[in-house]
Structure formats: C-alpha cells, structure tokens
Design a protein around this ligand. Structure first.
Ligand code: 6R9
Length: 659
C-alpha cells in the first residue's frame, strides 16, 4: 500500500484554500434540515435511523430491532421489518393522489422525449413484474441488466425489487467478457438488454455483446429480454430471446406488491478492487432504502412538489442506483433522464436540457465539470440556467478551480455546492455539507452526515488530530452499508474490516483541516479513478497479459487534468511472440493491445498510453514499484531507485523511452 497520496504537496496547497460560502439566510430558513439534526443524531444514533426508516418508508410490517450487530461485520438493520422498494417508489405515491406527477422526463439522444408520470411508471413496473414472473423469475433469483440510459432500466430494476429478484446492473460500456463473468458470478437467470442505444447521433449496439457473452455454454441464463431502442437489426436466438414490448403488452397491468424482509437482497453491483476479480457488492432492502431516501432529501434539499432533479450518472454505476432509481423515486421527485453524451449534437446539450426542463438540482461528476470548463464558459452562458438552486458533485475529489467554476458559471454564484463522498460499498452518501447548514469550502466534502461515524486515522488506527492526514474509516455500521461480497464473505472481511480493528476501511486517504473538515485525497490502494469510474490496476494488467504478445504488464493511474487519472500501461513483450514488423509496427502493437483491453473489460479501461519497456522496476520481494512508473508516466524524474532489485531498470526504461 502506498502512502504518498496522503502526503502530496498538491494537498498542502489545497489546504490553504480559505474561501467559505455560508448558505443565504433565505436558503437556510427554507431548508429541509436544520443545524439541530446533528445533535439529534448524536444523542441517539440508532433512534435517529429508526425514525428515518419509519418516516421515509412505508413498511408492511414494522421492525422490532434497529440494528443487530451481534456478528460483526455482518449487520442487520431494521430487523423483522418488511418493506417493498417498488411499492415505496411508486404505488404509495399514486395512492396518495400523486399519480399525475411527472416521475421521469426522458430525453433521448436523438431528441425524442417521453414524459412519464408516477401512474405510468407504476403500471409499467407492474407489467414488467408480471412478465418477469411469467419467465420463471422468482424471489431471490438474479437478473442481469445491460441497458442504456432509458426508462426501461428503471422499470427493470424496480420490477425486480417488486418481486424480490436481485438485479445486477452491468454498465453498457463493459465488454461481453466482463458481462459474462458477472452473469456467471451471480448465476443470472434472465438478462434484460436493448438492441442498442445512440451515441453522438449514431446507433451504438448492445445486444451483440450479450450474444457473444452467451455464445459459450455453461451459463445459467434462460431468457434474454430485448428492448427495441435503436431499431437496428440484431441476431435472434429463438426460444431464448424475447421482445420487451411484446412481453409487456401481454402482461397484466395489475400486480400486488408484498413486503420483503428488511435484509432481503436488493441488488448486486460489481466494482473494481485491488485484485483482478471484480467484487459483487451486495445491498439489501430496508437500510439501503432508508439512507438513500434520507440523504437524497437532506443533501439535495429536495422539495418534491417544485424541484426538477437531474443526476447525470449512468444506471450502471452506484450513483445511478441510489440517486436515479431509488432515492428520488422513493421521495416522489420529478427527474430528468438523459440517454446521450454531453457534446451531442453540440457542447451545450446539457444546458439546453437544464433550460428546457427548468432543472433545479443538478448532480454530476468533477470530470464532467472540468470538461465543460475546458469547452468554455460562453457555452453555458447561452442558456437560461436560473432554475438551478443546488449543485452536487460525486465520484472523485473536486479541485477548487472546478468547484468555483461550477458555482460561478452554472450556479450563478449562489447555488450551494454539495460535494458528496461515498462508494458503491457505502450505498449512499456518507460525507457532504448540508446545504442549509454548512458553510461550504471549495474542494472539501467536509462533514459526515448525521448518524454517520466517519473518521481519519493513522497507521495504528488512532484518530488523527485536526490538521493531519491518514486513512478514511467508518467507525460504526450504517444502514446502507454493503452486507457482503456476493459469494465471498471472507473477501468482505479481508478487504474492508481487517486493516483496522473494528472499523470499515474505505481505501481512501483523507485529511482533517484545522476546523475538522474532511478533504479526500484519493485512493491509497491500487484502484484508479478515471472520469469518476473505478478501475483496478490489477484487472487491466491481467487483461494485458492475457494477450499472447505480452509477457508482463504494470498499470498506473497518471494525473490528468480532465479525467482525474488516465490509465498508463507499461508492457514487456514476449521474446518469442510473432509481432508485427516493419513500418508502423509499434503503433500497430499498441493499438492491438489497447483494443484487447477494450474487449476484455470495456472501452473505459483502454490505456491512454501503452509504453513498451525492456523491464519493470521491482523490489527485491518482486513487487512492482508503481510509484516509479507513475513518476515516469507523469513526466517526473523517478529519483531514488535504490530499493530496486536491479537499480539500473529505471535508466533502461528512460533510455528506451528516449529512443
Ligand atoms: C459514488 C462513487 C468510490 C470512490 C471513493 C473515492 C472516490 C467518490 C468522492 C470521491 C473524493 C468525493 N470518490 N466520491 N473522492 N470526493 N466526493 O463514486 O462510488 O464508483 O464506488 O467510487 O470514488 O475514492 O473510494 P464508486
């Protein structure tokens, strides 16, 4: 584990950031949560969460115990309670007379639109629930979801939740290989996909990847349900493949939701860890929904009657689960869902959408903000963004420049920015300012939410004093915490609960400033963060060495102005490999290897640069010194290499790169 991130000079500069922005008195007065909430939660943490669970959700059976922590780190929240996620997100709003409220304004990439009310969405989910059951999907079965950002993604997730099936959403940018390994790990019975989507004005396929994933026997999939989105011709396996519209048309629009146990599995979501194999993070029902609903209301100050909320995250990531599907719908929000990229057909597309739907709460990632900043302030300036009143950030640390730009250019210098720290594993937001309470600081996620026990500790697990850095931990179980790693409870314990006794180790470095506010400093393990997406160095290394030309590979995340980090790979080629030769051979090798990574994992994992090197720097115990490679990748002099087994390696690499 490297600690350099904890001490970096860049962060010393960061911590000199002294600007602070207090909420306006009007904003503070009208805010959903007030200062007193911290004291209330501190007085009795479990009572606080029990109250949130009971007021934010409708339980079909009340729980008898708030937390069972008798077998740590395996937590049970709201024990004995029964609750249905889909009922809470849909039916109860309709029963409360809100059926005509818009749930989703869908904006397709080609410009087609759809306005879906809570009544419409409820009916669609009921039909889908019946259709899934008709295909033999029962409570506890797993359903793989490989869909673009279209309403059917939300419908599918909620239909699964309704019948107690466990969804496993696989990001549409992942390859067929990645999809297959996730299908196999979860033993999915059904795959829900689409013919494809649209990207920059052109159809972009999805179903062929499903076909490729299922080409080899030995999988558990019985049916593939296909949404016709881009209407391109796709291969069809009779008996296995079914048309979504036909299945929905023949399904009944009536379906009664029954409560599921509070600890019933809701979904699995795979995320990159420090080893090659992605981890299936398991979330369950009652606690997860409670924290999603609470945080979505408190952190974004949601006023469901008047706000138009837009979270730009794809459904394939945890942000899309908690803050597109579950949090907003449970809270009865009206939200925008957009299928495409921010620059198609022009770089003002997002701001056009904000203007069109009068978006008042925007939740996005620093990488997007930096990209927009690069495109220029004159682009958003062309649109009326006056509806915006809250801005959210998630996925990676936001640098103060981007934060200020976001506030000034998008938020007209007055919308509070909530920088939200959390993870796939935490399920919901853990650290964030409360917009009506906290004086925000550009670049800091600042304070743990009420009822959340986050701390920064040193190597020995002792809390660091203000002004010092260390490792981010969570000291007490929280409602939306992951319950285990699917099929691998030992890995759950080893990865998160073994580094510090009795504490959850997040894998992030952090620092407390003089006020005790928390500044996130990036990962301290071998996980990279590229455009807010988690990628494992090991996973990409395994993909590279699976190519017959590659003998060895080392991957590092190099600092990048726009994407946070960029993937840089160092490879040693096999002496005996039949490599391309002649003019253009080097470029061909590199292109082939980049494509190979794209094929094995997905386009987002393709290295920005691949450097062919004669050797890799290793310690005497055989560990690759990624720190030195990072120096090279970031254009610095690697300096001291004396701990290497062969101290001349770095010179050889440098000489090779100069060639
Ligand atoms: C929600 C999500 C989790 C990792 C996390 C951290 C980084 C997320 C952040 C942030 C600084 C923030 N991260 N939010 N770093 N400030 N506001 O992104 O989940 O994809 O699992 O990534 O992302 O390094 O450990 P996930």
């Amino acid at each position: 584990m490297s600690h350099e991130t904890v001490k970096g000079d860049a962060f010393e500069n960061l911590l000199r950031e002294e600007r602070q922005f207090a909420p306006s008195p009007e904003f503070a007065a009208a805010a959903n949560v007030k200062e007193g909430i911290y004291a209330e939660a501190n007085a009795d943490r479990l009572a606080f969460w029990a109250e949130q669970a009971r007021t934010r959700l409708t339980w079909s059976k009340d729980f008898t115990e708030t937390l069972d922590w008798s077998d740590p780190p395996f937590a049970k929240w709201f024990v004995g309670g029964e609750v249905n996620a889909a009922y809470n997100a849909l039916d109860r709003h309709v029963e409360n007379g809100l059926g005509d409220r818009v749930a989703i304004y869908f904006e397709g990439e080609p410009g087609d639109t759809e306005t879906i009310t809570y009544a419409d969405l409820t009916e669609r989910v009921k039909r889908a629930a019946n259709a899934f059951e008709a295909l033999g999907v029962a409570k506890g079965d797993r359903v793989a979801v490989y869909l673009p950002m279209i309403p059917e993604a939300v419908v599918t997730m909620l239909a699964c939740a309704r019948i107690g099936a466990v969804h496993s959403v696989v990001f549409g940018g992942f390859s067929s290989e990645a999809l297959r390994s996730r299908i196999d790990d979860a033993e999915a019975k059904l795959v829900v996909t689409a013919d494809g989507t649209f990207r920059r004005g052109k159809p972009s396929p999805l179903k062929p990847a499903v076909d490729e994933a299922l080409a080899e026997d030995g999988h558990t999939v019985q049916h593939v349900l296909v949404v016709r989105r881009n209407k391109q011709d796709v291969a069809w396996t009779e008996g296995r493949d079914l048309d979504w519209s036909e299945a929905m048309a023949s399904a009944s629009p009536e379906h009664t939701a029954v409560g599921h146990d509070s600890e019933h599995p809701l979904y699995i979501l795979y995320t990159s860890g420090t080893t090659g194999k992605p981890k299936g993070i398991l979330h369950t029902t009652g606690g997860y929904l409670t924290q999603c609903a609470f945080t979505h209301s408190a952190v974004f100050d949601l006023k469901p009657e008047t706000d138009v909320y837009w979270c730009t995250a794809d459904i394939g990531w945890v942000t899309g689960h908690s803050y597109v599907t579950y949090g907003p719908l449970i809270n009865g929000a009206t939200q925008v869902m957009y299928e495409g990229t921010p620059d198609s057909p022009h770089q003002g597309r997002w701001w056009e959408i904000v203007e069109k739907y009068k978006v008042s709460i925007l939740y996005t990632a620093p990488t997007a903000i930096r990209t927009m900043m690069k495109w220029g302030s004159d682009i958003p300036a062309k649109y009326d963004l006056s509806s915006i009143r809250i801005l959210g950030s998630v996925g990676e640390p936001i640098n103060p420049e981007a934060w200020m730009w976001y506030r000034e250019v998008i938020g007209a210098g007055k919308a509070p920015i909530v920088d939200t720290w959390w993870q796939t594993e935490t399920g919901a937001i853990m650290i964030a300012p409360l917009p009506g309470v906290t004086s925000t600081k550009p670049g800091s996620a600042q304070v743990p939410l009420p009822g959340i026990a986050v701390d920064v500790v040193d190597e020995a697990g002792a809390a660091v004093p203000n002004g010092h850095g260390g490792f981010l931990v969570v000291r007490e179980p929280w409602p939306s915490m992951l319950r285990t790693v699917w099929g691998d409870p030992q890995r759950f314990k080893d990865t998160y609960w073994s580094r510090f006794e009795g504490m959850y180790f997040a894998g992030d470095g952090a620092k407390k400033d003089d006020d005790g506010d928390i500044w996130l400093l990036g990962r301290v393990d071998d996980v990279m963060n590229v455009s807010g997406h988690r990628l494992s160095t090991t996973e990409i290394e395994s993909a590279l060495v699976s190519h017959p030309w590659v003998a060895e590979a080392a991957v590092v995340g190099a600092a990048d102005e726009t994407t946070g980090q960029a993937v840089v790979a160092f490879v040693i080629l096999r002496g005996e490999a039949e490599l391309p030769s002649g003019e253009g051979a080097d470029a061909e090798i590199i292109q082939t290897l980049r494509n190979h990574v794209g094929h094995e994992i997905g386009p987002i994992a393709k290295p920005r640069h691949i450097l062919v090197v004669p050797e890799l720097p290793k310690t005497r115990s055989g560990k690759i010194m990624r720190r030195l490679l990072k120096d090279v990748a970031e254009g610095r002099d690697p300096g001291d290499a004396t701990t290497l087994a062969d101290p001349t390696v770095m010179q050889k690499i440098a000489a090779d790169l100069r060639k």
